[in-house]
Every structure is written in C-alpha cells, then in structure tokens.
Design a protein. Structure first.
Length: 412
C-alpha cells in the first residue's frame, strides 16, 4: 500500500496532469489532441491510436468482469448463497464461468447501460450518474469498513494490512513489489490511453490541473485504502488468506457473508460497491471511445454510441468465451485465459508506453514542450506546477517508465 501511494503521487499525478493538459489545450479527443498540438510532419498522434487500442482492449475484459460483480450482486440480493457450504459456493462460481449465457448476458447489460448513460452527454449522463454513484459508493464503503472493525480478530487483519512487512516483501521480491505498485498506480487511473485526456477537454480554465489531479489521486487512494479496511479484517476474522485473487471475492467472501449475522445485507452492499467501482471506470473509458468516434469520423454522439455498442459487445465476446467455449486456448501458459492476455497487453505494455509518450510529448522540445505544458497546467486557481519539477519529469520519470515497460515485457 505504501509503495502504491508513493508511485501514485510521484508518477501518476504528473502524468495525469499531462493528459489533462493535452486534452484541455486542444478541446479534442485523444488522437485529435496530438494532431492539434504537434508540429507539421510529427507523428505524436500515432500514440493516440495506440491509446484507442488500449481503450477497446481494456473494455474487452473489463465489461465481463464488471458483469461478474453485477451477477453476484443479484445472487446475494436474492439469497442464492444462503444455506450453501464452501464447496457449493465454489461450484456456483465455476458454473458462472462455464456459462456463456450468463457471462454474455451480464456483459451486455453493462455495455448497454454504459452506452446509454454516455449517450445522454457528459453533464446529463456521465457526470450526473457518476456523482450519485460515487456518493453512494463512499457511503457504502464507510459502512462496510466500520462493520469490519466489529468482527472478532479484526485487529490482526488491520495489523497485517497497515504494518509494513519488509521480510515478506523480500521473499516475494523487491522489484516484483515495486513493479506491481507502479503498474497499479497507472492501471487504477487508466493513464496512458487518453481516459484522463478526454475529461481534461471538459475542464474549464478556472481550475489548475495539478490541483485536479491531486484531488483525484486522494479520492482514489481513499477508496483503495478503505477497501483494504473492509477486506483484511474480514478475512482474518474468518481465518481466510487475503491473497487468493478473484477466488477471494467470488468464493471466499460469499462464504464469509454466509457466516455473518445479517450477511445477506452486508454481501449485497459489498457487491453493489464493487459494481459501482468498476462501472465508474467503464463510463470514463466509454466516454473516451465515443468522443474519438465523434472527432475522427464526424459522427453525432448517438451515431458513435450505436456503433460502439455493437463494436464493444462483439469485442467483449472472446473474453466471455475464454472461460468456456474457448477455454482450450491458453495464451500465456497452462491455466491462463484470454482475459489474462488482454490484461497483460493493457497493464504491461499499452498503459506504460502510452504514459511515456504523453510524458515525452509534454517535456521535450521534440513535442509540445515543457513550458507550453506548464502554462496550460497552471492556468486557473489551485496548486501550480513548480518549475523545479522539470528535471524529475524530464530525466527521472522516463527512466522509471522504461523500467516498468521492460520489467513487464520480461515477466511473461
């Protein structure tokens, strides 16, 4: 957690401010932003196409995973887990993955809902829904966190979560820990694929971009931190290992909720929280994709929404089928799925490479240039980007990103 916060602040915030600045300076989507700001003959806009590929690739699996959350919300709300033992709960998860109808159905619901909200526009659709959803999300996670403190042996979970264990980090691998924290810092904000750039194009000139970036980083960190306050005390209270990945959420926690007083209520709230958290990312990326369709092909918002409704639904099907009909295809080795491949491409290649391109474009003379970037970032009220940060973003941060890219490529 400490490494994650450190890299979110030192790497994520500067790159996020750069994406915001590129979008706001041009008032365009990701590809058009580079075309608007680059000099004649330059090819920086090609990074925009890489970012668009990243947007689509991210949605090719994120819509399916969000569908899992929605399905488990329904299962918990309707009491489907009540009276089931651990083996039966595990079997229910496997049955879900084995059913293309269930996975495709929930995925389609998520895609249709996201596209419909985006079709209403940024203020009437995305902003209006997100404000309500985020307010409910914050209320839910605070309630769940307070409840987790009341569980027996929850203090041990808090110690495990909050007290650094450098010996354990050494066993896992220092560089593996650092790389994971760096990757998460970029993944959690979808940096490098223009998701922040498109929202930057809607930010008015009254607010400085560094201040906006820090506010987002603080809120993101708060949600991540409180999520840990929910999960770790709960796991330790029921004697469960907290490092089980997806099986922790979809197999272990339903068993935990079964053993709680009022577990159906707490389980329903938890999966509402998970669905809201994932769906907020989908709305952000959908808005980026739809805006690019409008800029590149001169579509209306409704035309872009319709085209992308069809495209994203079709592109999401390989991830759905990767758990059942196409499960024999294991692209990254034994036991891997199409989702693993898509996640690897986005997290280890496209996000860090896209972020590096944004960085170099904003700080070098071959691109937009640091002074132009700094002027745009500092326009408006709020925290200003200091001049002394230039050596860091010009020399240190690119090296860190190159390390992240190389380490990610060597991992598989």
């Amino acid at each position: 957690m400490l490494f994650y916060v450190f890299f979110l602040i030192t790497m994520g915030v500067p790159v996020m401010a750069m994406e915001f600045a590129v979008g706001r300076a041009s008032r365009k989507s990701i590809v058009k932003s580079f075309q608007e700001l680059e000099r004649p003959g330059q090819k920086w806009h090609l990074n925009g196409y890489l970012g668009m590929a990243g947007n689509y690739l991210l949605m090719m699996f994120y819509t399916t995973v969000t569908g899992w959350m929605l399905y488990y919300f329904y299962q918990t709300l309707t009491g489907k887990f009540e009276g089931k033992d651990a083996g039966q709960v595990g079997e229910m998860f496997q049955n879900m993955l084995a059913s293309p109808k269930v996975l495709a159905g929930t995925m389609v619901i998520i895609v249709v809902a996201g596209i419909f909200i985006c079709s209403r526009g940024l203020q009437k659709g995305v902003e209006k829904i997100t404000k309500v959803m985020m307010a409910m999300l914050l209320a839910i996670i605070v309630i769940l966190a307070i409840h987790s403190f009341t569980l027996e042996n929850s203090i041990e979970g808090l110690k495990f979560y909050l007290l650094p264990d450098f010996q354990r980090m050494k066993e896992v691998g220092v560089w593996e820990t650092i790389t994971a924290a760096m990757n998460q810092a970029f993944f959690t904000l979808s940096l490098g694929i223009g998701a922040m750039g498109i929202f930057g194009s809607y930010i008015d000139k009254s607010r400085s971009l560094l201040g906006e970036s820090i506010n987002i980083a603080i809120l993101d960190t708060f949600v991540a931190f409180v999520s840990g306050l929910i999960i770790f005390p709960t796991c330790f209270s029921f004697g469960i290992s907290p490092d089980k990945g997806p099986s922790l959420i979809f197999i272990t926690l339903p068993n935990v909720f079964n053993g709680m007083a009022g577990g159906r209520i707490w389980g329903t709230l938890f999966f509402v929280f998970m669905t809201f958290a994932a769906f907020s990312t989908i709305l952000a990326v959908f808005e980026n994709i739809i805006s690019c369709g409008m800029d590149l092909f001169h579509w209306s918002r409704k035309q872009s929404c319709l085209a992308n409704l069809i495209a994203i639904t079709a592109l999401s099907l390989p991830c759905v089928f990767g758990f059942n009909l196409w499960s024999a295809f294991q692209p990254l080795g034994q036991g891997s799925t199409i989702l693993d491949l898509e996640d690897f491409l986005v997290s280890n290649i496209i996000l860090p490479i896209g972020s590096l391109c944004y960085l170099l474009f904003c700080v070098t003379r071959l691109g937009w240039g640091f002074e132009n970037y700094r002027k745009e970032a500092n326009t408006g009220n709020g925290l200003k980007l200091p001049r002394w940060i230039r050596p860091y973003v010009t020399y240190v941060l690119p090296v860190l990103l190159l390390f992240l890219i190389i380490k990610g490529l060597l991992r598989n």
